[in-house]
Design a protein around this ligand. Structure first.
Ligand code: NAP
Length: 347
């Protein structure tokens, strides 16, 4: 087994939509130290990487040991926490762009395993979850602890989303809505109706920030597509997306539709009594920005070091300024804070 100190960074899914951005940015920062991986061995090797399949944990463990991997960036969502466990119990750091609440909860449960081995895992990495968690944290702090949080995510329907991300979105559409739609102003997009969607941030933020009520909603930049999609969900027809054949058809259809642009917008509204704080963020190409967030988290792990254990992005003050660090990549933060009327009058 090679020593992992100074070892390579394995980017699983390293030539996908998110993974390509991770591989390229880490390659600039750590030349010769990045191993992009995927199930297509020839493609991975052509990029200087290795074949890896998260569905084959024995091979995955052997690969970690043989290469002396220092950190793994997961740019594809494994079925459970097994892959993260294999890394953390060996002292290999993990950065995970996954967005499925049940699996993220299970990885969170590996905190003691990670702490015992001196490894760190960073979860909620990306745009949503990820930058939404950081905006939510700021809005929450601005009102002195939110009683209610509303997160809104607008995605560009013209952007080239990866197949895995589209599959995840279609699966989310099959889940029944837990709250009502909400109309929200988003910089550059006007007032939009957004609909509850099962992003993981709304679940983890209740725990990490102690917010009693949190809902994340989704809309697309195309009003027509947003209306169509969520009208269909209301009829219950999209529950059929849970069936593999129909899910495949829907995934293919959504992957081919490019009606809008490639921009995205996020907004977090925190409420506490009459106090309200809102922050928004805009950018382009959510897959690329997700990869850049993962690259920054990985760099922090390898250079400054992060506390051992499993953490969500908003729990790491070292990464709180990520939205500003991404300014050079087209990310812009917008702030709006409304104080309660009584306090304004008194001031
Ligand atoms: N947090 C966020 O904001 C955020 C945003 C966007 C996406 N995501 C998540 O990021 C993940 C990737 O999305 P994407 O848009 O980059 O998808 P993508 O373009 O389809 O990329 C997935 C990559 O993973 C590889 N892969 C698939 N199954 C694999 C397996 N079993 N073992 C190893 N590699 C495997 C694929 O290559 P092969 O098929 O050749 O193996 C491909 O390179 C998804 O889970 C998505 O939900 C999160």
């Amino acid at each position: 087994m090679k020593s992992i100190s100074g070892g390579p960074v394995l980017v699983v899914g390293g030539y996908g939509a998110v993974g390509t951005a991770v591989t390229e940015r880490l390659g600039e920062w750590f030349p010769g130290r990045v191993l992009p991986g995927g199930r297509d061995g020839a493609r991975a090797r052509s990029l200087g990487g290795v074949r890896v399949d998260t569905a084959d944990p024995d091979h995955f463990r052997r690969l970690l040991d043989a290469e002396g991997v220092a950190a793994v960036v997961l740019c594809v969502e494994p079925p459970d926490e097994g892959i993260a466990r294999a890394c953390l119990e060996r002292g290999v750091h993990v950065v995970d762009v996954g967005a499925t609440p049940r699996r993220l909860d299970a990885v969170e449960g590996l905190h003691d395993v990670a702490a015992g081995a001196g490894a760190s895992a960073v979860l909620s990495v990306g745009v949503a979850p990820g930058l939404t968690n950081l905006l939510a944290h700021r809005a929450h702090s601005a009102v002195g602890g939110a009683a209610r949080l509303d997160v809104t995510v607008l995605l560009g329907s013209g952007a080239r989303h990866g197949a895995d991300a589209v599959r995840w979105t279609v699966a989310g559409l099959a889940e029944p809505a837990a709250a009502g739609a909400r109309r929200t102003a988003l910089p550059g997009y006007g007032v939009r109706a957004a609909h509850p969607f099962p992003f993981s941030d709304q679940h983890t933020l209740r725990r990490t920030l102690g917010i009693p009520e949190a809902t994340t909603r989704l809309c697309l930049d195309s009003r027509v597509l947003t209306g169509l999609l969520f009208a269909l969900r209301r009829t219950g027809a999209l529950r059929a997306a849970g069936r593999p054949a129909l899910a495949g058809l829907l995934t293919e259809a959504f992957g081919r539709v490019h009606l809008g642009g490639d921009g995205f917008a996020l907004r977090a509204d925190a409420h506490r009594g009459a106090a309200h704080a809102a922050l928004a963020l805009t950018g382009r190409e959510q897959s690329t920005v997700t990869g850049l967030v993962a690259a920054y988290a990985t760099r922090e792990l390898l250079t400054a070091g992060l506390p051992a254990g499993v953490h969500h992005l908003e729990q790491l003050p070292q990464l709180a300024d990520l939205p500003e660090r991404l300014a050079g990549d087209g990310v812009r933060v917008w702030t709006r804070r409304r104080e309660p009327a009584r306090r304004r009058a008194a001031g």
